[in-house]
Design a protein around this ligand. Structure first.
Ligand SMILES: C[S@@+](CC[C@H](N)C(=O)[O-])C[C@H]1O[C@@H](n2cnc3c(N)ncnc32)[C@H](O)[C@@H]1O
Length: 250
């Protein structure tokens, strides 16, 4: 895992500015196949209580609502969570590094695309604390594929989101789960084909910042272009990005 050192306040301000366009900002946000995989990995039954960390606009929570006993969504950004109403039973505004819940309160805890803004080990330790014994943790995040595309992937991710604190390789989150006493750690790959024009038009970047990202793709190594199956079409760039989905048991 590589850290950027971005100030914590930047994250909430970043998402305040992005909230209105968030749902359209990537193919993966609304991808039903990905959301179904996360729901299945959580193995949550009709009586279970589920915590969705970094609930955002509620796209993951919505897949659980009505199928489980109770869904709690937690986030730091009011402008994001106001869109999650109707997707959760309860919204809690709090940083994930200090979860305002009792020990063993949840049967499952999910988090998609949140840990890159957080202190990873503190959050994973908190998830371990609030899960019941046997409870499931499911994390799903954009990662590089491995050492070969690491540098260029992290550069592009940093240009796209200056509030990002962490950049992940596939093993980083599983290693944190292992350090924090989780068991039965399973790792799955999920490839999401993204339009770069859409991905960078999230409402925060100036035109010159977007141009830097297009330039990074133009100058990218052949190895990066091969691994990411980068293609130019109709004035857009397409990138097969890797998400790493991790499931573990407390
Ligand atoms: C990329 S969005 C992901 C939203 C949602 N999980 C999804 O998959 O669509 C990241 C979310 O993490 C939230 N967030 C960032 N840092 C956080 C923290 N320390 N504690 C709780 N939420 C945080 C942001 O406010 C934002 O809503």
């Amino acid at each position: 895992m590589e850290s950027n050192g971005a100030a914590p306040d930047n994250v909430a301000i970043h998402f305040m500015k992005r909230a209105g366009r968030y749902n359209g900002s990537s193919a993966w946000v609304e991808d039903p196949a990905l959301i179904a995989k996360i729901r299945e990995a959580a193995s949550a039954g009709p009586e279970d209580t589920v915590l969705d960390i970094a609930v955002g606009t509620g796209k993951i929570s919505r897949a659980f609502l009505g199928r489980v006993g109770r869904v709690v969504g937690l986030d730091i950004c009011p402008d994001m969570v106001c869109q999650a109403r109707g997707c959760v039973d309860e919204i809690v505004l709090s940083p994930a590094e200090r979860l305002p819940f009792k020990d063993g309160e949840f049967d499952a805890c999910v988090c998609r695309q949140g840990l890159q803004f957080m202190e990873v080990d503190r959050v994973v330790a908190e998830v371990h604390r609030v899960l019941k014994p046997g409870g499931r943790a499911v994390f799903c995040h954009l990662t590089a594929y491995g050492p070969e595309d690491r540098e260029e992937t992290f550069l592009i991710q940093k240009l796209r989101n200056p509030a990002r604190k962490n950049f992940f390789l596939p093993q980083d989150i599983p290693e944190s789960l292992n350090r924090n006493a989780f068991t039965n750690i399973e790792v799955m790959e999920y490839i999401t084909r993204e339009s770069v024009n859409r991905w960078i038009d999230h409402g925060v970047l100036a035109e010159e910042d977007k141009e830097k990202i297009r330039e990074a793709y133009l100058k990218a190594s052949d190895v990066f272009k091969r691994i990411h199956d980068v293609q130019w079409k109709d004035g857009d760039i397409f990138d097969s990005m890797r998400m790493t989905l991790v499931r573990a048991v407390r």
